[in-house]
Design a protein around this ligand. Structure first.
Ligand code: KIV
Length: 286
């Protein structure tokens, strides 16, 4: 099967099929996500937090994004790959936005780019789309504006902010984005946005009425025991599974139970005898 296109993704909304999107940041995670049949792999700038261990996404560079996106490209065959434009790679002006989006396509192999914001970034969105690069929007809780938002909390809770978000979404659609991520907003609002928009709206912490859902790889697989936001469902507890496996390895090494005979290589008996004989001869001459 060929790699999915943005048309395949837009058709899913038209035919009422929900869209799955998961982040991945390297070869093996991409391979697993792709094989599981996930529609879209997002190389998110969340890598700043889950790969680099930073407090937020702000320090992620374009080089980081190119590096991780190209690994994801090598690991995947079918999922559509979207790469985040990191903080300050598109905000300054349209020219920089188009050049940097182009690098994620040319150097890293992404099919589309995602950028955060509404009316404030319409010129950039139009410039990138005009260059022939598909764009995904991102509204609601936009982590690159974390200092302006004052924290990771539910967005657009009142009438004014709700209507503004809807207007941003409609304007992004008009500017040519093929899809929008809606993050951490009340489910009633995301339902309205999904109903008003023709393009797919993919939610994270935005309730069940969206056209699809996205989660961060490490969150849905339970890497971090201490990160338990309301919107995450942990489908397994990899932290525990990996920790147990590593502890078992340490114990087996200490108890000389690893490697076993079947995990080791053997010399041919004849070669072994010759080496032993040689050694014996040497010792006899000493
Ligand atoms: O960077 C990211 O992983 C994202 C998702 C949370 C939507 O933007």
């Amino acid at each position: 099967m060929a790699r999915k296109t943005i048309n395949d993704i837009m058709d899913l909304k038209k035919s009422g099929v929900l869209i799955s999107m998961v982040t991945a940041y390297d070869y093996y995670s991409a391979k697993i996500v792709d094989r599981a049949g996930v529609d879209i792999i997002l190389v998110g700038d969340s890598l700043g937090m889950v790969i680099q261990g930073k407090e937020d996404t702000l320090s992620v560079s374009l080089d980081d994004m190119v590096y991780h996106t190209s690994m994801v490209k090598h690991g995947s065959k079918k999922s559509l790959i979207i790469a985040d434009l990191p903080f300050m790679s598109y905000q300054i002006n349209v020219e920089e936005a188009v050049r940097n989006a182009g690098l994620l396509i040319k150097k890293a192999g992404a099919t589309a780019v995602k950028l955060e914001g509404g009316k404030n970034i319409l010129p950039q969105v139009k410039g990138i789309v005009n260059a022939g690069i598909p764009v995904m929007g991102h509204l609601g809780l936009t982590p690159q504006s974390i200092h302006q938002l004052g924290g990771y909390r539910v967005q657009a809770k009142d009438k004014k902010a709700g209507l503004q978000l809807l207007d941003d979404a409609l304007q992004l659609q008009e500017a040519g984005v093929f899809s929008i991520v809606l993050e951490t907003v009340p489910l009633e609002l995301s339902k309205i946005v999904c109903e008003e928009l023709e393009i797919p709206v993919i939610g994270i912490g935005a309730g069940p009425h969206c056209d699809g859902q996205v989660l961060v790889f490490h969150d849905l697989l339970g890497f971090d025991q201490d990160f338990n936001p309301k919107f995450v469902r942990k489908y397994t507890n990899l932290n525990q599974i990996i920790s147990e496996a590593l502890e078992n390895f340490v114990n087996d090494v200490k108890d000389n139970k690893f490697p076993a005979d079947k995990e080791s290589y053997h010399l041919e008996q004849e070669v072994f005898e010759k080496i032993k004989g040689e050694l014996k001869g040497k010792k006899g001459n000493e």
